[in-house]
Design a protein around this ligand. Structure first.
Ligand code: MD3
Ligand code: FE
Length: 212
């Protein structure tokens, strides 16, 4: 009864509307990685350019009806993979299911993700502080699932000037950001080198969102 009505005592309230679910995806990690492998066979990881012309360190791909892209024309979601001009691979049902369950556990019963961004970090790769604001409906939360090497995640406030707090994200952890935390600034410090037993020298992050 507890699991459905209240957060488990292992669930960690980070901020209003923001939850860390440690190990939430651990049991599903092997199946998740197999599904991600199938997506990446169709839509390989690639580094994108920021609108300002900088090459992003983190390599990305997408699955779902919409995928997040960045280029000289700006940041946006689109239905076609610009590398192939074909639709992004569909979102594997088990990924969508897991993210929906994580959102539910954090109190967001109506999460309907249509976009899943796949981020691949190699040692040294970082993601600078930013807001996720390319989506239409900020009442829908964001769910992220971490796999592979641990990363130090930075979460700030609603202005860039707010000094960010740090949080370690490990293999199998899920994060849910919604409500008043949906527009917090956040980023990832340079990935420390290491060897993960399953993923080797990398970290994979899945970020599920409702874009449209
Ligand atoms: C907090 N990815 O893809 S996931 C991104 O680990 C992104 O790859 C990071 O930020 C990563 O945009 C962080 C956790 C996350 C995602 C969205 C958030 C945290 C968030 C939106 C608002 C606040
Ligand atoms: Fe983000």
């Amino acid at each position: 009864m507890n699991a459905d009505l209240f957060p488990l005592d292992t669930d960690l309230a980070i901020a209003p509307g923001a939850w860390l679910l440690p190990g939430f995806a651990l049991g599903a990690a092997a199946a998740l990685l197999e599904a991600v492998g199938e997506v990446l066979a169709e839509a390989p990881l690639r580094q994108l350019h920021t609108p300002g012309g900088q090459l992003m360190q983190v390599a990305m791909s997408n699955c779902g009806e919409l995928g997040w892209v960045s280029d000289a024309r700006g940041y946006r979601y689109q239905a076609l993979d610009p590398r192939s001009d074909r639709c992004w691979p569909s979102m594997p049902a088990m990924i969508k299911q897991l993210a929906t369950e994580a959102a539910q556990r954090a109190g967001f019963a109506d999460f309907r993700p249509d976009a899943c961004l796949i981020n691949r970090y190699l040692p040294g790769n970082r993601l600078s502080l930013h807001q996720d604001r390319d989506e239409r409906d900020f009442s829908q939360p964001i769910v992220s699932i971490s796999l592979g090497l641990p990363a130090t995640f930075l979460f700030g406030g609603l202005t860039r000037a707010d000094k960010p707090a740090r949080l370690t994200l490990r293999h199998g952890d899920a994060l849910v950001w919604g409500g008043p935390s949906r527009l917090r600034f956040h980023g990832v410090l340079p990935l420390a080198d290491g060897e993960h037993p399953v993923l080797g020298r990398q970290r994979i992050n899945l970020t599920l969102r409702r874009a449209d």
